[in-house]
Design a binder for this molecule. Structure first.
Ligand SMILES: [Zn+2]
Length: 198
């Protein structure tokens, strides 16, 4: 998740969203993310901005790019799948035009979701197995909120990271650093986590 008002340390200083969203973000910020920035957290479900971080079930990661804005968001999402994630031991594939639980591990949507205080978030729309911090989700929904203006290269990399187990990072050079002046790529550190898992 990236809140619309972001502070420099991953805490919530200028967040303007709903009380529910504040609780979700505080819960994530309170987890021991800074040491490893890797591991599942959050509540499954797609109501509102219910969100979190989950592992995808295996190294074959099929990402559906759903009716994304074609000139900006679609190319950025495809580039992130290919350049940030398919360079790891994940076999990451970008698929356009469909989203089905039987054939996809994650699906990305961009829609004006309204002034809910978040630019983007990752929801578990499928079934989970295991328990935190090793819980997997069979189908992630990555949401990009077109109500707000954001750097799509950063948001794509960031929310996709939450769909494979990356939490917020303290590395300012990582797209998982949830703060202003957003980075647009995963780091060697991030990729090391993914290579260990997958
Ligand atoms: Zn986030």
């Amino acid at each position: 998740m990236i809140a619309t008002g972001r502070s420099s340390r991953g805490t919530v200083a200028r967040f303007t969203g709903a009380l529910l969203a504040v609780a979700v973000i505080l819960g994530m910020a309170g987890s021991p993310a800074s040491a490893t920035n890797f591991g599942s957290t959050g509540t499954p479900g797609t109501d509102g901005i219910t969100n979190g971080v989950w592992f995808t079930p295996d190294r074959f990661w099929n990402v559906g790019l759903m009716s994304l804005e074609p000139d900006r968001n679609l190319p950025a999402l495809r580039a992130s799948v290919e350049d940030d994630y398919n360079v790891t031991d994940l076999d990451a594939f970008a698929i356009t035009g469909s989203c089905a639980a039987a054939s996809h591990d994650a699906c990305v949507f961009d829609t004006p979701y309204g002034r809910n205080g978040v630019n983007g978030w990752n929801a578990c729309a499928g079934t989970v197995s295991g328990s935190h911090p090793n819980q997997t989700c069979s189908l992630s929904y990555v949401r990009l909120n077109q109500t707000y203006t954001w750097d799509v290269n950063n948001l794509a990399c960031h929310e996709l990271g939450h769909a494979v187990g990356l939490r917020h990072s303290t590395e300012t050079s990582s797209c998982m650093f949830a703060a202003a002046s957003p980075a647009t790529i995963t780091t060697t550190h991030d990729r090391g986590h993914l290579n260990t898992r997958y």
